[in-house]
Structure formats: structure tokens, C-alpha cells
Design a protein around this ligand. Structure first.
Ligand SMILES: Nc1ncnc2c1ncn2[C@@H]1O[C@H](COP(=O)(O)OP(=O)(O)OP(=O)(O)O)[C@@H](O)[C@H]1O
Length: 397
């Protein structure tokens, strides 16, 4: 059962290497745990290349790998790259299991702070290292690791040929969130912290995204479900003609799906029900905002797009207020309120998968984000996302 340590020394505030030397390796030494492979990345492709080399060497040696534990010091992006590198081998090696111990060293650390929400002050206060060692302590205590649900998105072109398959443990998104991630990367040096996401959000705040979405039912209920703030429960989302599939028409402003996390930054709880009303079996939770559901938005014009940007900001601020946005409703004049029985501002959907079919003449609707990786959907193409019910990935949490 090989044990790897992989450290991305440049992510977040670039403190991963020293944190491991000061806190992680000494804890392992205390417990007399030997690390079999230790990698500090020196370039963006190092972690996935290292994984592929490991599997290639094992194949040549006729030594099929079975259970691997990876103590990972990084953000969500490096985790994503490692999962993508390993996943193709899970079909070849049926007994392969991957267990992660996650040490949050990145910018957002969405997975870590979702799994350990009582440690979120560690995002800004680094004076208490034990808050970043919780996953390690679970591992050292011999606890059982939890399943990491994966969302697998197949992107196809206009001929329905696959152009890519992307796996996400944290977030799969289109619309505003995907465009924020597309634009925030170029701001990394100027803004090493989460401010870069806000700067990029401002740039995209008046864009509407034209697409059709097909939602597929949850495995547990056989239905697509929607959150009802009155009952604080999910109920079936009605479809037309008896089909189990539900169709949503655009334009969209927000379309962000997760399988494990309730937040995308320590305090940005955009899908809070993933933890407060957890699904009985792996699902996609999706936060959807469609501007034309607001009665004050009469049509798609520059004027209404600018007006709706204020509503979008309110929704995003609500996510920072412990996920309050999922209870927001429209008043008759289109204002957002916490009360009353107007239309939900956010359609909080729970489903087994979804298909995003962008309108050909809308380039912004052709951007997909899988755990921070930006994928372009070709003109006439689609992105189809489904929960992987046979995940071989686990995390100590
Ligand atoms: N030595 C390196 N030099 C430059 N880039 C690297 C190196 N090692 C890894 N990377 C790249 O750094 C990128 C960012 O890493 P990661 O996502 O883990 O951190 P983050 O973006 O700071 O945090 P988060 O994803 O939690 O917001 C990854 O895409 C990875 O490929």
C-alpha cells in the first residue's frame, strides 16, 4: 500500500512546502510512517506526469497497483489534475483504490473547507496549524476514508464525437462561474488570494448565457428535484409529457454544479444543501439563476442586463451569508426579498446529471469549468455531465 506525498509549492500563498516540513513530515515521523514517494512539483504538469510514470512502471513490472494513499498539499486544482491522471487506470485495475489526505495549501480549498467547515478561519488565520491537519489526523487515527463523488463531463462536437472527458470532485459549471474561472487565472500574480475571483466576476456581471439544459433524474428518487424554501425540503420538478427528464430553457446567468462540496471558497456557500440536506446517494446539486424569471426583466437588452447585474450580486452575496440566497424570492416589482411566496430567485436543483446545449451564436455559453480547468465546447457541441456511481476515490474526512 504505497504512500505518496505530493506538494504544490506555488499554489495559494506558496507556503505548502514549509508547512509540510514543519507540520506534516514531523507528524508522520512521530508515527513511524514511511513515505514511499515524495514529490514537490516544479512545473504545472509534474503531479499528473509523476502519476502516469508510476502506473507505467508498475505495468512494465507486472505489479498491478491496488491501494494508494496520497497526502496532498495543494488546492482543488492539483487534486483535480491527479484524479484525471489516475481515473483512466481505474478501468484497467479493478482493485485500485485511491485515498487522499488533503492538506489545504491552495487559494480556495473548497473541498477541505466543505469537509471541515469548523476550520474555515484557517483560510485567513494561519496561526493554528492543527486546523489544516484534520484530514491527516483522520488518516493517522486509522479512520475509514469517505467516498469522493465524481462528476464526469463528456464534451462532444456537432457530430456527437467526444472531444474530451473531464472529471470533477469539486465543481462543474458553465455561465458566470466558468467565465470567472476563465478570466481569474490571468490575475493570479496580481491577486494571489480569492479577490481575483471578485475582480473577474465584475468583468462578467452583465453577460447572459443562451443554452438549453436537460436534467436527468436522481438515482435515489428517480426524479429531478428542486428545493422548496417553504418546506425546507426537495420535491419533484415537474416535467412535460411524463418524461423523467426536465428541460430548462435559457438565458442563464448562473449554472454551477457540485457533487461533494457546499462551498467554493471558505465562506462562499453556494450549494449549502449539499451539507445541510445531504443527498441519500451521490447527486449533482446545481444552483441555477435565469434572469427572465424576474418579472422586472422584460427582455434581453443592455438596460435589463445591467439592471439584473445588481440581482446577481445580491445572490452571490447571499452565498457569502451562509447560503441565504437559496431562500431568496422576487417581489412583484422584481426586488429580491427573504420573505413572501414569490418566485424563487435561485432554482436549486438536485439531479443525477445534466446536459448543457449552448446556442451556436453565443460564444460565452461554450465555456465549461471542471474544477478550475477551462474547456471550450465547439460550436454545435454539448457538455453532458453524470455522477460516477463507481468512484474509486476516497478522502479522509
Ligand atoms: N511547481 C509549479 N509551478 C507552477 N504551477 C504549478 C506547479 N505545481 C502545480 N502547478 C499548477 O498550479 C495550479 C494551481 O494549483 P491549485 O489549484 O492546487 O491551487 P490554487 O489554484 O491556488 O487553489 P484552489 O484550486 O483551491 O483555488 C495547478 O493548475 C497546477 O497545475
Amino acid at each position: 500500500m504505497p504512500l505518496f506525498t505530493i506538494i504544490n509549492p506555488v499554489c495559494g500563498h506558496k507556503s505548502g512546502s514549509s508547512f509540510f516540513d514543519t507540520h506534516v513530515f514531523p507528524r508522520l515521523n512521530d508515527q513511524k510512517i514511511t513515505v514511499d514517494y515524495n514529490l514537490r512539483t516544479s512545473s504545472p504538469d509534474d503531479a499528473p506526469n509523476f502519476i502516469r510514470e508510476y502506473f507505467t512502471t508498475n505495468r512494465l513490472d507486472h505489479n498491478p497497483p491496488t491501494e494508494i494513499t496520497i497526502i496532498l498539499g495543494s488546492g482543488d486544482g492539483t487534486l483535480h489534475e491527479i484524479i484525471e491522471a489516475i481515473r483512466p487506470y481505474t478501468t484497467e485495475y479493478h482493485n485500485l483504490l485511491i485515498r487522499f489526505v488533503l492538506i489545504p495549501c491552495g487559494t480556495a480549498n473548497a473541498l477541505y473547507f466543505s469537509l471541515f467547515p469548523d476550520t474555515i478561519d484557517a483560510a485567513v488565520d494561519t496561526s493554528n496549524p492543527s486546523k489544516r491537519l484534520r484530514s491527516l489526523e483522520e488518516f493517522l487515527a486509522g479512520k475509514e476514508a469517505k467516498t469522493l463523488s465524481l462528476a464526469v463531463t463528456t464534451v462532444s462536437n456537432h457530430n456527437e464525437s467526444k472531444t474530451s472527458i473531464n472529471t470533477a470532485a469539486v465543481v462543474t459549471s458553465t455561465a458566470l462561474h466558468a467565465c470567472i474561472l476563465r478570466d481569474s487565472e490571468s490575475l493570479r500574480d496580481e491577486h494571489p488570494g480569492v479577490e481575483r475571483f471578485k475582480v473577474a466576476a465584475q468583468k462578467n456581471s452583465t453577460v447572459w448565457y443562451y443554452s438549453q439544459v436537460k436534467l436527468h433524474p436522481c438515482q435515489s428518487s428517480g426524479k429531478v428535484e428542486i428545493y422548496n424554501p417553504d418546506s425546507n425540503a426537495f420535491s419533484p420538478l415537474e416535467s412535460h409529457g411524463g418524461s423523467k427528464e426536465v428541460i430548462m430553457e435559457g438565458p442563464f446567468v448562473y449554472f454551477t454544479a457540485t457533487t461533494n462540496v457546499d462551498r467554493l471558497e471558505s465562506t462562499f456557500r453556494v450549494l449549502p444543501l449539499m451539507r445541510s440536506l445531504p443527498p441519500p446517494s451521490p447527486t449533482c446539486d446545481i444552483a441555477v439563476v435565469r434572469p427572465l424569471r424576474c418579472s422586472a426583466m422584460k427582455q434581453d437588452t443592455e438596460h435589463f442586463r445591467t439592471e439584473f447585474a445588481a440581482q446577481t450580486w445580491k445572490v452571490l452575496h447571499g452565498a457569502y451569508e451562509d447560503g441565504a440566497h437559496v431562500r431568496y424570492r422576487y417581489e412583484a416589482n422584481g426586488e429580491i426579498t427573504n420573505e413572501g411566496n414569490g418566485q424563487n430567485v435561485v432554482e436549486y436543483v438536485r439531479c443525477g446529471g445534466w446536459e448543457w446545449i449552448p446556442m451556436e451564436d453565443d460564444p460565452n455559453a461554450h465555456i465549461l469549468c471542471c474544477d478550475g480547468e477551462i474547456v471550450s465546447i465547439e460550436q454545435g457541441g454539448t457538455a453532458s455531465c453524470a455522477v460516477d456511481f463507481k468512484s474509486k476515490f476516497y478522502i479522509y474526512a
